[in-house]
Design a protein around this ligand. Structure first.
Ligand code: ATP
Length: 308
């Protein structure tokens, strides 16, 4: 069954004078995805996110968010979308709780009746309930980031759109945000997040889109991208013995490891063990996201812009 479309763009383009920041992008994000929007600094991620949220007008192209045309239907769409974009501002002299109340009151379609309970729920989800009365100027960067996320969660959104949500966080903060987003996703929220960090996307996302100088050079399920290569990686102290046994199918080797062309890892393992090989590890080789991204960038004819 195909899952419902949550974000769909066709030929989405944004020019700033002579710069084409976003160049004919066709995004396809489905219900239940954790979609990673990967691109080097300056590749056009923030501009795309801002267009999706109606904060910047596209030069050309079409967009649908939650099945409705944007920006024309923003009144219906935006109350169901939680967003955190670069530089989300907060009033430093006010508490986190007070800032959230202002965000909720200012946003489209805010329901006053249950505001208090929604604010408490959002603060609790991001782990700020205990410090909610401190002024935001006393918050660490990580706490501010979490407050931004709480703002995105206020309306219990169906879709979360987050621009670099872990920027500036320490490893523990990154892990907490990652866990929170995966929990939200499990309970039915579709997550669209941009990042310039390949490892972050690889660890969290089910689907990935790669932006390279404004162009979408790759969009696919992560599991498909990482499918097995048809080779098996064997780790053993008996490399020479394995080379003799498997003459003709060993494609690469070094002192402790071989790459063998073989589609049946379990069968290979049994055969090696029967022959007396001390196998320390054996697994089907998978392509890393880095390999896939580099290939896609090369195929698109560009030198890659340097995603770490
Ligand atoms: P970063 O991760 O550094 O935020 P990004 O992938 O989000 O990068 P954008 O901020 O979307 O990239 O920028 C894409 C390109 O568009 C850049 O060349 C940038 O300089 C340019 N750009 C963005 N906003 C404007 C603007 N308001 N006026 C002119 N140029 C802009």
């Amino acid at each position: 069954m195909t899952r419902e479309s949550v974000i769909a763009t066709a030929g989405l383009t944004k020019r700033f004078g002579r710069i084409t920041a976003v160049d004919s992008v066709d995004l396809d994000v489905r219900e239940g995805d954790v979609y990673g929007f990967l691109g080097a600094n300056g590749s056009g991620k923030t501009t795309t996110v801002r267009m999706l949220l109606g904060l910047v007008l596209a030069t050309s192209g079409q967009m649908e968010v939650l099945g409705q045309p944007m920006p024309s239907n923003w009144r219906d769409v935006l109350p169901r979308v939680g967003a955190m974009v670069e530089g989300s501002a907060a009033y430093p002299h006010l508490s986190g709780r007070r800032n959230l109340a202002l965000i909720d009151a200012a946003g489209p379609g805010g329901q006053r009746a249950d505001r208090k309970s929604r604010i408490a729920e959002a603060l609790e989800r991001v782990g700020l309930l205990a410090v909610d009365d401190r002024p935001v100027r006393a918050y660490s960067l990580g706490m501010r980031q979490r407050l931004g996320l709480a703002g995105a969660l206020l309306r219990r959104p169906r879709l979360l759109v987050l621009d670099e949500p872990t920027n500036g966080l320490d490893p523990q903060g990154i892990q907490e945000i990652r866990k929170l987003l995966l929990d939200l996703n499990r309970t039915g929220t579709t997550v669209f997040l941009s990042s310039h960090l390949l490892t972050e996307i690889e660890q969290m996302c089910s689907r990935v889109g790669v932006l390279e100088r404004g162009r979408l050079v790759l969009q696919a399920e992560l599991a498909d991208l990482r499918r097995a290569t048809g080779r098996v990686e064997v780790r053993t102290p008996d490399v020479d013995l394995v080379r003799t046994l498997l003459d003709g199918v060993v494609e690469e080797y070094d002192a402790t490891r071989l790459l063998v062309r073989e589609s049946d890892p379990a069968g290979l393992n049994a055969r090696l063990v029967r022959a007396g090989v001390r196998v320390t590890a054996l697994a089907a080789e998978q392509r890393s996201l880095e390999d896939v991204v580099l290939e896609a960038a090369a195929a698109s004819g560009d030198r890659f812009g340097g995603i770490p």
